[in-house]
Ligand binder design. Structure first.
Ligand SMILES: Cc1ncc(COP(=O)(O)O)c(C=O)c1O
Length: 392
């Protein structure tokens, strides 16, 4: 009988340590890690520079209140602003916290304009987190079920239904923002097309709404650009980050452009947010991403991985599509794929299944071409054997 709450369906393996893109379990079995803690271990496991930075900082100052100056926050912010072209940053501890902050910015933006019940447009297959507000903004019914009532202020629209959004703009004067993930991770590694993203920007400009992008999963180099919205050559007003930002140390960030830089002292805060330990880890992670050209690497190795997977899985009738960009790839199967996870572990490979039937590969950005080939070598027979079973 477990003394932990029953909220996770855990696989029967416990990892002991990692190195690069490799993991070892307690029995000494070795795995190629194509999940990276769900896009978190961006620079791989036990990167010597990150290990050193974290241990040095732990010996100096782990936590310090935001009542005081924290220079490391400014250094991390400088890098995020340099790569995004935006204006200011707030640090928190997780993805949902970053999104909560983004919603508060949007609501305040509305209130400042005299809108009493501001509404935010979100997309139907979106995932923004599991707190009550972020759950209310999340589209997936299976994540939401059982937790009503949801908060007011979110309007769910199909991603491709630009007409519905334009219609809302005409009829609903309480809308203040539109939020979306450039590639929907939990929605099934589903990219929003570049033209749609440009239209989102245009509609926001026309209606004085904030354009808010959730880059918690797809941001920070993963798709082969620093931020996935940059593929559409747009700039958002608000961007949320977390996951890979500090290479595994919990952190979240909200990046705003001029228009959304509206908080005053007392409007928002966090006890742990932006603590020196997390900031030092984030700074070193960003330095490593820059020094090792990992954004470029994610693009090149991701492209090869996608191509090699397409070749290797060609002719598998149960494989419907391989989609995604850089090192954020989804292999769409014609059936629920959860039962593939254990055989994959037995074959020495970790990945996850999202949206029921999509195998999600989000390895560390340090993945080499040889390691990408090894993923293909390991995953192909696992998928073949899985698809050979009768469809349930
Ligand atoms: C796009 C997106 N937004 C928000 C979240 C929530 O982040 P967290 O689990 O850190 O609260 C996630 C987590 O998977 C995510 O993928």
């Amino acid at each position: 009988m477990s003394n932990l709450m029953n909220n996770y369906g855990r696989l029967p393996v416990e990892f002991d340590h990692g190195q690069g893109v490799w993991l070892w379990d307690k029995e000494g079995n070795k795995y190629l890690d194509a999940l990276a803690g769900i896009a978190v271990n961006s620079v791989g496991h036990a990167h010597p520079r990150l290990v050193k930075a974290i241990s040095d900082q732990a010996a100096k100052l782990i936590h310090c209140s935001n009542y005081f100056q924290i220079g490391l926050q400014e250094q991390v912010a400088e890098k995020l602003l340099q790569h995004s072209g935006m204006k200011a940053v707030f640090f928190c501890n997780s993805g949902l916290e970053a999104n909560e902050c983004a919603f508060k910015i949007a609501r305040k933006y509305g209130h400042d304009k005299g809108i009493e019940v501001p509404n935010i447009i979100v997309l139907s297959r979106a995932f923004h987190g599991r707190s009550i507000a972020t759950l209310s903004a999340t589209g997936n019914p299976s994540v939401r079920e059982g937790f009503a009532p949801y908060t007011r202020g979110f309007i769910h629209v199909d991603a491709n239904d630009i007409d519905a959004i334009r219609e809302l703009a005409k009829t609903n004067k309480d809308i203040v923002a539109l939020m979306f993930e450039p590639i929907q991770g939990e929605g099934g590694v589903l990219p929003i097309d570049l033209h749609t993203m440009k239209e989102f920007r245009q509609i926001c400009d026309e209606n004085d709404w904030l354009l808010m992008v959730d880059e918690i999963q797809c941001g920070l180099g993963r798709t082969g650009k620093w931020f996935a919205h940059q593929w559409a050559e747009i700039k958002p007003d608000v961007m949320t980050l977390a996951k890979g930002l500090a290479g595994g140390v919990p952190v979240g960030a909200v990046v705003v452009d001029e228009k959304a830089n509206i908080f005053k002292p007392g409007n928002h805060g966090s006890t742990f947010g932006g603590n020196p330990l997390a900031m030092r880890a984030a700074l070193e992670t960003l330095n490593i991403i820059e020094d090792e050209n990992l954004v470029e690497n994610a693009f090149n190795v991701g492209k090869k991985l996608k191509k090699d997977l397409s070749k290797s899985l060609n002719g598998f009738s149960g494989v419907l599509e391989i989609r995604g960009k850089g090192l954020m790839l989804g292999i769409v199967l014609d059936r629920d794929a959860h039962d593939i996870l254990e055989p994959a572990l037995k074959a020495g490979l970790t990945f996850s299944v999202t949206a029921g039937n999509v195998i999600r590969l989000v390895p560390s950005l340090i993945l080499t071409e040889a390691e990408a080939e090894e993923i293909v070598k390991r995953i192909t027979p696992v998928i073949r054997a899985f698809l050979a079973q009768p469809k349930i």
